[in-house]
Design a protein around this ligand. Structure first.
Ligand code: BDR
Ligand code: CA
Length: 310
């Protein structure tokens, strides 16, 4: 009998968050319980309405969306307008959201959903880790109850906001430090693997002819790939957050290595760096399964096939 994984998507849509959400919806291996939103790529108001707009587009107004933290734990709020535009989801022409988020703070909703006794929950976190850190403070029992947290964030190597840091960790390093220091089962899906699986114009063309979800992803890709071409000179765009979702659908897409990881919360130069003791040179507790390899062709094939049939 196939087992279905109960998943909550904590996100800040964001183009790749939106694609990850659609991939989760399209996958029978997952029972997607809902989405919690966090400020990151844009303000909380915008990331929340973007999550709802994406769900509206594919007729899933039934899926709960709960708004969480409007700012990082300690730092001043940042956004990623250059990466995702003024709306946080520039490109496609989506109407305003059909509804408001649920009348409950995301952290309380997460606490209840994780401990509802129905079964274990996997959290796929694809924005800054503020909601997850707050969840641990308000509902410490979830450390025992959560099955695992799959984080899109960090890098063994180079960052994308600074040479040292990736956006999600850099935006709220204190929250990331709290989460990585907890006893949770954490998987880090970082830039080392996401940049090795670029979506190309050919993938987008294929999706454009494939119904509502396919057209939306093609439009999202068009904007996102322009940004990546300008910024990094690449002919293709990573779909970072979708890699984290895909790993839950099919764990064999990534190779991971259990390592000690510490987050740099220092003031500037290396703020937000995920220091990964890959070769065990230091006496750090192994606290994280770090993605080290990706089967890019299989990931992209899964993404395109699943979105096409949504
Ligand atoms: C991460 O930052 C955001 O811009 C993306 O949505 C992704 O979660 C990549 O660094
Ligand atoms: Ca994101």
């Amino acid at each position: 009998m196939r087992t279905v994984t109960r998943v909550i998507h904590d996100c800040d849509p964001g183009h790749d968050d939106a694609i990850a959400l659609l991939l989760g919806l399209a996958s029978p291996e997952l029972d997607l319980l809902g989405a919690s939103t966090v400020a990151g790529n844009q303000s909380l108001e915008l990331t929340t309405s973007n999550a709802i707009r994406v769900l509206d587009h594919v007729g899933r107004a039934d899926l709960p969306v709960c708004a969480g933290a409007a700012r990082p734990l300690v730092r001043e709020p940042v956004t990623n307008v250059s990466g995702h535009g003024e709306s946080g989801l520039d490109g496609p022409d989506l109407p305003p959201p059909s509804r408001s988020p649920e009348p409950v703070h995301a952290v309380d909703w997460l606490g209840r959903a994780i401990s509802d006794g129905v079964g274990p929950v996997t959290l796929v976190a694809t924005g800054p880790l503020t909601n997850v850190a707050l969840l641990l403070a308000r509902y410490p029992e979830v450390e025992r109850q959560l099955e695992r947290v799959v984080v899109m964030g960090g890098a063994i190597g180079e960052g994308n906001v600074t040479p040292a840091a990736e956006f999600n960790i850099w935006a709220d390093p204190e929250a990331a430090a709290r989460v990585f220091e907890s006893g949770l089962d954490i998987t880090m899906v970082g830039l080392d693997v996401t940049y090795r699986a670029l979506m190309t114009p050919a993938h987008a063309d294929e999706l454009r002819g494939d119904g509502r979800a396919g057209r939306l992803v093609a439009d999202l890709y068009e904007f996102y790939s322009r940004v990546h071409r300008r910024r990094f000179g690449r002919n293709g765009a990573p779909v970072h957050d979708a890699v984290a979702m895909a790993h839950v659908i099919d764990p064999t897409l990534l190779d991971t290595q259990l390592c000690g990881v510490k987050i740099d919360t220092g003031p500037e130069l290396s703020r937000g760096r995920t220091n990964v003791d890959r070769w065990g040179r230091l006496d750090w507790r192994p606290n994280c399964h770090v993605a080290v390899e990706i089967d890019a062709a299989r990931f992209l094939d899964l993404l395109v096939r699943r979105i096409a049939r949504l």
